[in-house]
Design a protein around this ligand. Sequence first.
Ligand code: CP3
Length: 336
Amino acid sequence: MLRVLDGRRVSVPPVWLMRQAGRYLPEYRALREKAGGFLDLCLTPELAAEATLQPVRRFGFDAAILFSDILIVPLAMGRSLRFTEGEGPRLAPLTDAAALASVSAHADVSVFERVYETVQRVKAVLGPHTTFIGFCGAPWTVATYMVAGQGSTDQALPRAVAAREPRAFQHLVDCLVDVSVEYLAGQLQAGVEVVQIFDTWAGSLSGAEFERWCIAPTRRLVAALRRRCPRAKVIGFPRGAGRNLPRYVRETGVDAVSLDSEIDRDFARHQVQPLVPVQGNVDPRVLVAGGEALDRDVDDLLARLAQGPLIVNLGHGILPETPIAHVERMLKRVRG
Ligand code: CP3
């Protein structure tokens, strides 16, 4: 995987899956039961290290991704956070200028130190051929959860707040850039080799909004991280960016980009892969379907993108209902 991130093509592309540790695995469900809550699992280094390693042990993926969550950053910034069964995350919302102005770039390092301990524990036992990936949410995506207090499909409220209170929203985004630089640098110092920036809701931004809230903060984050950790490899994942992808790559300075399942593979091949290595982009629903539909999609991905630097992955996180046999089938299809 590191060779691919250096821009080289390898004969069998490396494979890992977003959300590869999760509810589709019986051993994850057992561990989660033992931990109690999802946040307890994230913040207990021994258990989070075990969750990180489970999918690597079972499937022999080429990379391990740190088991944690993008919302650990607002938690460390002092925002209340809980995960309720079947509902997803809930935070105290930030909907007026005064609330936004009250946010600071101060983070409780004791929260991050638990994550760094997870990294050290995984690093100590990970084989030399498995790449270790850390991550954070992009400032825009994390801000959407902090403003609305929960996830939403169209980010209408965060977009309205950003439009109505641009200075106060900018302050929130700036704080997130600073804290995320600190957090990623800490993960790299603890032992991850690559970091991925998840901008799950980049696709709800258009035109000037995309420039201001997706590209500009990511560019600042990447530049500041490079000053701290010059050898760090950074993968960007601006989900839903569509035709903005080449611009995102050129203007943020990421080393590689993760493709969602909606992007046209020939567009990616001609307009994105000449700039940076690409990662992706099997549709998680096709992985749930399995069978020949899965084989056809993997073959199509390899035919269109494996002539250049490619990391095989999904276009978004693996779904909880995914059969384990389908993951095995996908790996076999890629590795031959
Ligand atoms: O990829 C991995 O295996 C590493 C761990 C990881 C998780 N979340 C674990 C998790 C990573 C990289 C994330 C990123 C994340 N978290 C994103 C960006 C990527 C994406 O999927 O779009 C976002 C938006 C979040 C916020 C979040 N966390 C939501 C909205 C939810 C609820 C939805 C759901 O699937 O339940 C979570 C919970 C979460 N994060 C789970 C896992 C394994 C499920 C928790 C459980 O065990 O019940």
